[in-house]
Design a protein around this ligand. Structure first.
Ligand code: NAI
Ligand code: MG
Length: 358
């Protein structure tokens, strides 16, 4: 029988990144063994803050070029206590996201069995969302500047850029994703009452694109009211689309409502597949627990499932998530979600569940 081989670029980088990526690769290996029809060819890149301290750069100059040949990028976390965060972020992660035009940042959130939401009476099934974050423009386009530095008349501007191309493509992505989910329901987050240019265009384009998806129901929420709805009525939401800034904030809230940062995954996706997409846990390098062996690997398993889905291995993705949910339900969890297990014990339990699954 023929075997499909996927070329994966693993960039574990800093802090707990190497610990969770190692766990993720073990789960992927177990899935490949269990399935027998696909395999992974993993190349490890030692890019990150240690490399920066030795050579002055987090990755080689032709780093993005080296990544182009891969089917996907599996990323840990970047950031070190003794290197400024804007250097680590702009030296590794952002050049990949922006250079590969990964314009859809997809952030699924749900309450896994056995994990406690801070919301009273809200359990698995009550909160099952996917937030689609515009990942290439908006408030984080880097457009702006400062003048008269240090003087009393100093000014700083930070201009939000919305383009018809950029808004249309993220709306299309979000409507399509909503259409693929059972509820076929999309909430478009906006702030078009106060921001009467870019955000009004955002709303208009949402209405235009909605006509291409007559079977998708959609509504519109102002971002401030959206925070209330997320807390008070989580059952009323399903797929959500928001700007770069709005989704950045809303997805942290979503992660907290689902129980922990240690379980939240994300995919930075180029839907046109011109370039490899990048999959990573949402959390950072977590200096406070680095090397202790207790990092929660669930966010990394979940993002590995996103990666499998992107590669067309939907059955393997489901098998992985079923295994993760079973292990959480059995109470094999790390301390951040109230358990006593370490990273390796959770990983072993997930691999065991993968082997045992039908
Ligand atoms: P963080 O996400 O690293 O940690 C915040 C808190 O959550 C810590 O108490 C940590 O122990 C806990 N935590 C995070 N992930 C966990 C996991 N898997 N299991 C158990 N506990 C977990 O955020 P923080 O402390 O603000 O940033 C630390 C460094 O990471 C900084 O240099 C920051 O710039 C960088 N960072 C990098 C990101 C990336 O590479 N995508 C994202 C966020 C932060
Ligand atoms: Mg954020």
């Amino acid at each position: 029988a023929e075997t499909r081989t996927y070329r994966i670029a693993a960039i574990p980088a800093d802090g707990i990144g190497p610990e969770v990526i190692a766990a993720g690769l073990q789960a992927l290996e177990a899935l490949a063994k269990r399935d027998g029809k696909f395999s992974f060819d993993v190349t490890h890149f030692d890019w990150g803050s240690d490399r920066y301290k030795k050579t002055g750069a987090l990755m080689p100059e032709d780093g993005p070029e080296q990544l182009k040949a891969f089917d996907a990028i599996f990323f840990g976390a970047v950031g070190a206590p003794d290197v400024p965060d804007h250097i680590t972020l702009w030296g590794l992660r952002l050049p990949i996201c922006q250079g590969f035009d990964q314009y859809a940042n997809v952030r699924p959130t749900k309450i896994l069995p056995g994990i406690q939401s801070p919301l009273e009476g809200v359990g698995p099934g009550d909160l099952d969302w996917v937030i689609v974050r515009e990942n290439s423009e908006g408030e984080y386009s880097g457009h702006g500047g400062r003048a008269h530095r240090g003087l009393p008349e100093e000014v700083g501007t930070e201009v939000a850029i919305f383009t018809r191309v950029g808004v249309t493509r993220i709306m299309r992505y979000a409507f399509k994703l909503a259409q693929s989910r059972p509820r076929k329901f999309l909430t478009v987050v906006t702030k078009s009452n106060a921001q009467r240019h870019g955000m009004v265009m955002w709303d208009e384009i949402a209405a235009e694109v909605s006509k291409e998806f007559p079977d998708v129901t959609w509504d519109k929420m102002l971002v401030d009211a959206m925070t209330v709805r997320m807390v008070k009525n989580p059952q009323s939401l399903d797929t959500i689309v928001a700007t770069n800034l709005h989704a950045d904030i809303l997805s942290d809230l979503a992660g907290a409502l689902a129980g922990s940062l240690g379980v939240a995954p994300t995919g930075n996706i180029d839907p046109e597949r011109r370039f490899p997409s990048m999959f990573e846990p949402i959390h950072g390098s977590a200096f406070d627990i680095t090397g202790k062996g207790i990092a929660n690997p669930v966010a990394t398993f979940w993002t590995a499932a996103q990666m499998l889905e992107h590669l067309g291995e939907g059955d393997a993705a489901k098998r992985l998530m079923t295994a993760v949910e079973q292990v959480c339900a059995d109470g094999v969890m790390t301390p951040d979600v109230g358990g006593t297990a370490n990273t390796q014990q959770v990983t072993d339990a997930v691999c065991e569940a993968i082997r045992g699954a039908n």
